[in-house]
Design a protein around this ligand. Sequence first.
Ligand code: ZN
Length: 109
Amino acid sequence: MFGLFSNKRKKFMDVAHTRATNWWKALNVQGIKENSRFCHLCRVEIPRMQGYLFKPRDVINNEKYMETEIGKLEARKIPPEDAQEIIWKRIETDFDDWLICDTCIERFI
Ligand SMILES: [Zn+2]
């Protein structure tokens, strides 16, 4: 069971990392040559060609991240349906892709 779980985890990370490397390459093609960017969530510096990339819809479809964020609002006495709506709106109106660091990836897996 553990092997199966760690495989899923590795696959999830590989997919998100591949999205990040493709994104870095696309920036390069656009003539944007930065050596690093900051993590969307914690602002730690992420060197070029590293990190994990999530598009807004990847974030919305991520059960773990969404549950945590909804839980935070519920803790502030916001009803679950409203909480979900608030988080969706927040992510949908932020059109940027999220580059995520090695620590923050844990919030998605
Ligand atoms: Zn981070």
